[in-house]
Design a protein around this ligand. Structure first.
Ligand SMILES: Cc1cc2nc3c(=O)[nH]c(=O)nc-3n(C[C@H](O)[C@H](O)[C@H](O)COP(=O)(O)OP(=O)(O)OC[C@H]3O[C@@H](n4cnc5c(N)ncnc54)[C@H](O)[C@@H]3O)c2cc1C
Length: 407
């Protein structure tokens, strides 16, 4: 079996399949965990089960349409070209289509957090996980929104704590007193280097006999009852192929007749020198500022909200530029470290990943489209794909993630 893509999703599928006794090659043009799975905020979230296209999106739309809100910027030319995707995305933001998606993402999240907590220790990376939750913070009075979110999470048995200004200071003493309300997602964890965690999982895969190869994949071609994976110098063959190429997944599937409706919620990060000991203990998500600040191995990582545009369109640092003074107003930190990073959250119109068989090609398996929570949900996606390939039952109900809903 060959897994295409060594982000968190591909590494997890490779490890889970090798554990099942399959002989697996993991293929990527870069080292494991070097792209989207490197640059994210490192939150292992139990409660991110309401996607961006939820009913509350409608009340935010006027602000978003002005293209001034730091949480979401969009490129009008891209919107015109992708009006069909946008219409499908918005059509899902109604209550009757939101609850089933939250249910599905909740099952996936429960299964995946259990795996991360086991794997990270087995991979000798247990020192990277912090069981300190993550904090959503409001500048203006956010108590109604925080209470509503708390009630919603409680409906799924997901723990959270409502905090006022004083309680926020007690929890994060180095935050300046800017925030009036916070919701601590207490069942959530985070890591200090998502890229290193993926590398550790890849080493764990190699440790049980998995093979890791570095090469550009140029095409996948069905042949007999298996697959040829074409590389610049030669090819590999296997009975099963898993496409786990994150934001690049649609490219290799187009020649096979699959039009994957994927859009790219791009985001940026920049690291800054921490002013020790005045740092953070957990990631904080400033909802009105539209950014996340999280303590990482490389320093304080500032990540931005969503930029809807082409995957490979030139970078615009407007959101980072807008977030930086706001971030400096809540935490003391030093100069920038290294260059800004850009990545693309791969998103399908219902904000659910595809996890399952390609409808018209036996032996072709798809696992991509994990939007904002792919670092969290990679392990369970991988375990589910490996189970399906082995003809066993996945650890959660995968029907909502069936590729056949779009392909
Ligand atoms: C700013 C930002 C913040 C985020 N924060 C969080 C968070 O806190 N928590 C969370 O759970 N999720 C978060 N996410 C989302 C998460 O990072 C992604 O959903 C996840 O990393 C996707 O993983 P993947 O394995 O599908 O893709 P990737 O990690 O991008 O892996 C795809 C791999 O395919 C390889 N590849 C592509 N094409 C080819 C080819 N032709 N040949 C060879 N190799 C190829 C690439 O090199 C890459 O390694 C965030 C995303 C962003 C952008």
């Amino acid at each position: 079996m060959i897994v295409l893509g060594a982000g968190i999703v591909g590494v997890s599928a490779a490890y889970a399949a090798q554990q099942r006794g399959l002989s697996v090659i993991l293929l990527d043009r870069r080292e494991p965990g070097s792209e989207t799975s490197y640059g994210n905020s490192g939150v292992l979230s139990s409660g991110s089960i309401l996607p961006l296209n939820k009913p509350a999106l409608w009340s935010m739309l006027p602000k978003y349409l002005s293209n001034q809100h730091p949480a979401l910027r969009w490129d009008p030319a891209w919107a015109v070209r992708n009006v069909g995707w946008l219409a499908r995305f918005l059509a899902n933001a109604i209550p009757s289509r939101t609850r089933p998606r939250a249910d599905a993402l909740h099952s996936l999240s429960v299964a995946t957090l259990k795996l991360h907590r086991e794997w990270i220790v087995q991979a000798d990376a247990g020192h990277r996980i912090r069981e300190t939750g993550w904090l959503k913070v409001w500048r203006s009075d956010g108590s109604a929104a925080a209470k509503a979110e708390q009630a919603f999470l409680a409906g799924y048995g997901i723990g959270s704590e409502l905090l006022d200004r004083q309680a926020i200071s007690a929890l994060e003493p180095n935050l300046l007193p800017v925030y009036t309300t916070a919701l601590l997602h207490s069942d959530t964890a985070s890591v200090d280097s998502p890229g290193e965690v993926v590398k550790a999982y890849a080493r764990m895969f190699a440790g049980i006999g998995g093979q890791i190869r570095q090469a550009e994949i140029t095409a996948i071609v069905p042949e007999g009852d298996g697959w040829r994976v074409l590389l610049p110098a030669g090819e590999l063959t296997a009975r099963h192929v898993v496409v786990a190429l994150g934001p690049w997944s649609a490219d290799l599937l187009r020649p096979l007749g699959y039009q994957v409706p994927m859009a790219f919620e791009r985001g940026y990060h920049q690291h800054f020198q921490p002013t020790l000991p005045r740092s953070l203990r957990r990631p904080i998500h400033d909802l009105e500022g539209g950014f996340v600040l999280t303590p990482m191995e490389q320093g304080i990582r500032l990540t931005t909200g969503v930029e809807l545009t082409g995957r490979d369109a030139p970078s615009s640092f407007a959101q980072l530029d807008a977030a930086l003074p706001l971030a400096r107003g809540v935490l003391e930190f030093g100069e920038a470290v290294g260059e800004p990073w850009r990545g693309a959250r791969p998103t399908l119109p219902d904000s659910l990943p595809m996890i399952g068989p390609a409808p018209r090609h036996p032996g072709l398996w798809l696992s991509f489209g994990h939007q904002h929570i792919g670092f969290t949900t990679g392990p369970a996606s991988g375990v589910a794909i490996a189970a399906m390939i082995a003809g066993a039952a996945p650890p959660f109900d995968t029907s909502a993630f069936s590729p056949a809903r779009y392909l």
